[in-house]
Design a protein around this ligand. Sequence first.
Ligand SMILES: [Zn+2]
Length: 414
Amino acid sequence: MTDVRAAAYDIACAVAERLSDPAIVAAVATASWSACAAARPSEWRAAWLSDGHPGIAVFLAEMAHVDPRWLPAARAHLAAAATHLGPFARLPSLHIGMAGIGFAATAVSRSNADCAAMIAYCDRAVRSGRINTADTTDFDVIKGTAGVTRYLLHRADPGVRAHVRALIRHAQPKKIDGCAVPGWLLPGNALTLSRNDRDEVTTGLDLGLAHGIAGSLACLAIAADNGVDEAGLVEAIDTIATWLAGWYGRSATGNWPMAVRLEEEIAGGPADSPDRAAWCYGTPGIAAALHLAAAAVDRPEWSALAATALDKLCANSADLAPVDGTGLCHGWAGLLHIVRLVDNGPVADELASRIVESYDDQESFGFRYDGTHGRAPRDIPGLLGGAAGTAAALLAYATGEPPRTGWDKALLLR
Ligand SMILES: [Zn+2]
């Protein structure tokens, strides 16, 4: 093991230690959030896979595959999540609902009988939950159809086919004032572009993996790879991937834009949206989705584009300027994990070194969100934006093995 890999492994263990007590984690996260008037209220949500106990349970369950002593802590976080369901018990979503709890339970489970009642309860809640698959604005990974579909694929649930059909329908073109536009156009004022502390709402197309069409593409590719054989599936993958490939290089920095306004789509670009360089938005997440699509339908040119785009991004410090913190969602850990999945070149070592150097033994969770991109600095423990996700990416880097819990399935990376 190289020095960086050894340090990454040691940091993953140190973060696990800091996250092992659910009561302490909740107290620190709540205090940090409360102290920060500017924090958005979504940063600590105890029952969310993205921010709360379920995601920490997933990370500790991953650690338990290396050292079983972490399993009781993973179970304790899962139990803590179950006591905080409240209104989320009616939501099927992957990151803010019952699919997330079910996902965490499958990660913690060590036999068919282990956690079986909780998993069955979550499965029923997901199947009966209210995801409006007819709504073209409701296809995202965090709260919508793509995330729920990924969970149902993970569970090999036969109900997944209806969700896949909904994602296929979203890929079919529609007409606006006689012009053919992609079917995933967000109508009315449903596209939000944040810029300089103000939001612009408009009609357009969201390219991101977290909330946009790259998430649908990743989900459809994973469905195909899992043997789902729905009419129109391959065509939908081709439609979305070809469209995304066509927008590469047309942001202000020559990468993928976050979003495209309707008038930019009709004019053929360029796009004037802000840049990100993250899993949630920007080149890394889109490259990951194209890489999955390439493997699913044997289109190596998409995988080559994904690798080229990641190489260009990682070679330019200006392109990397939007990387925000060390987390999976919009920080260095997400970029590291995607680079390892798509390309796995030497740049992964550089990215891992950068994260290792950010670790601070004095911080409550080892990594503190520094707030350099406008959001308030605070202690974030969770999987998507916090220390658990950063440590999970470091552990995967250190071991060189695919995550045994499949935590990256929750990010639609597998
Ligand atoms: Zn993000």
